[in-house]
Design a binder for this molecule. Structure first.
Ligand code: NAP
Length: 462
């Protein structure tokens, strides 16, 4: 066996192990208890895939590869460390933009490198790769801009928008089909790429900020499918597998998010059809019962079961470590403390799991919505910290509410409810919350971290 054949075999083994690691990674990321292992498996899989690919294809110019790796590392590492957790959705959108652009550029290079010899099958994959890659690139940039609020978050609409968008897409597709039939019509390729880039922008601008995290999951799926098509173009089986895993998991995630927010998938998918939710005017004049940290501590002292509901405000305040202290004191006092996790609490899927895991709150104390909802009726205190929409009973009964039908945590069924937030401001959906006005609800006004610290100081250790 020649040295080249040995390397070829080794690379194939590396690819098989990498593919297995990607699948295991997705499986392990399903649970907080195994999520870290899942991330590590994905990283090792990616390392094997990169090293294998570098060995297999006889790199001509290592300096260029090294320079690209260094630039990528110099951008990626500080981005990962410096980006606050509340900005992870826009960071994810930027990552998709880079991945999709890379796939589209590889497709473009392959097209011009070997135009005359591209078979129809390869051209189908190449057109799919570049179409999805280019539109995902600009679409993801727009999504990141909207989330970061450097672009208007409201939907931007104009007359005949859907017709214009669909016509544009149909023209791009038509040119793509022409290129599949006659690849040597090279003058058409830049027009095709330009239309795909423009379509990405037009696809996202009519979608409001409220749907943006779901759209990002969908763009993730597009980027994966583009990489999958790239695998066919380059005849690289690992890329096909990894792209297909990415594509399908992104799609599944966006469907789960739609269900959890009671949004129609079609509304989100074809942004212009789904208009922004209309916010209902708040009822500023109504009375609420507010309480001090001392009063809150007194109630907790006599409670035997407490369910804690966390939301976006916990991430803003970075109150997870203080919450851990409160949890420790309550547990030492013999209180049964559970954490209720709503699937779309915070601003990205798994947001609360990540925050609570960061503070080392035991995983077995975290309960999914469906598993804990029946416990609220028996619990002494439901403590809502920086959450709002996910515990809004209006979703259950108010047919006019924009979140009507969204499954919520049944906080209002607890004996006593405490809500820590800074003001009566609404949450993400921009609507008032009936929970705050109930007789059994105590509003604890203040920053989540500061307020929880005060309660911790007031609570006797045991
Ligand atoms: P929310 O409804 O947005 O409410 C968060 C609350 O936190 C606000 O009412 C705010 O009130 C409070 N807050 C902010 N900063 C705070 C601080 N420093 N200290 C204390 N409180 C603070 O959040 P949620 O209940 O987690 O619901 C998530 C919402 O996001 C849902 O509407 C969901 O549909 C949407 N969404 C989620 C995802 C996802 O994947 N997770 C994706 C898309 C959309 P004050 O300003 O008065 O303090």
């Amino acid at each position: 066996m020649t040295e080249q054949t040995v390397v070829g075999h080794l690379v194939q083994y590396a690819y098989i192990i990498a593919a297995a690691l990607f699948i295991l990674s997705l499986k392990w990321m399903n649970s907080p208890a195994t999520a870290r292992r899942g991330v590590f498996a994905g990283e090792v899989g990616m390392l094997l895939a990169i090293v294998g690919t570098l060995l297999l294809h006889g790199i001509m110019n290592w300096e260029w590869m090294l320079a690209a790796a260094l630039i990528g590392t110099a951008i990626g590492v500080p981005l990962a460390y410096k980006m606050p957790i509340t900005a992870v959705p826009q960071q994810t959108a930027l990552s998709h933009a880079c991945g999709a652009l890379a796939a589209a550029m590889v497709g473009t290079a392959e097209y011009y490198r070997d135009t005359a010899n591209l078979s129809a099958v390869t051209m189908v994959a190449l057109i799919a790769e570049t179409l999805l890659g280019f539109l995902t690139f600009t679409g993801s940039l727009m999504a990141a801009g909207k989330l970061q609020e450097v672009l208007p978050t409201r939907p931007i609409t104009y007359r005949n928008q859907n017709f214009i968008n669909l016509t544009l897409f149909a023209i791009a597709l038509g040119i793509g089909i022409r290129l599949i039939i006659v690849p040597t019509d090279t003058f058409l390729f830049p027009i095709f790429a330009g239309l795909a880039l423009l379509f990405g922008v037009l696809l996202i601008i009519p979608i409001g900020g409220a749907d943006m995290p779901t759209v990002i999951a969908l763009l993730n799926s597009y980027a994966g499918l583009s990489a999958c098509a790239m695998g066919f173009v380059l005849n690289n089986k690992l890329l096909v597998i990894a792209g297909a895993l990415d594509g399908s998991s992104g799609l599944i995630l966006s469907i789960i998010m739609c269900k959890a927010m009671n949004r129609s998938f079609i509304d989100v998918l074809f942004g212009a059809f789904g208009q922004a939710q209309t916010a209902k005017a708040g009822s500023a004049q109504r009375n609420v019962h507010s309480a001090s940290p001392e009063e809150a501590a007194l109630i907790l002292e006599s409670a035997s079961s407490v369910i804690i509901v966390t939301g976006y405000g916990l991430a803003v305040a970075q109150a997870q470590h203080k919450l851990r202290e409160l949890y420790d004191i309550l547990m030492r006092r013999g209180v049964d403390v559970k954490f209720a996790i709503h699937p779309v609490a915070g601003r990205m899927p798994g947001h609360m799991n990540v925050l609570l895991a960061e503070a080392d709150i035991p995983y077995d104390r975290l309960y999914e919505m469906d598993d804990i909802n029946s416990d609220f009726a028996q619990c002494d205190v439901a403590m809502v910290i920086g959450a709002n929409d996910v515990a809004n009973p209006g979703a259950r009964k108010d047919k006019d509410s924009p979140i009507y039908g969204m499954p919520i945590l049944d906080v209002d069924r607890a004996r006593t409810v405490m809500v820590i937030k800074r003001s009566m401001s609404p949450g993400f959906a921009g609507i008032d919350n009936e929970l705050f006005y109930m007789d059994k609800t105590l509003m604890l006004f203040g920053d989540a971290k500061a307020f929880v610290s005060e309660i911790v100081k007031e609570l006797p250790a045991a």
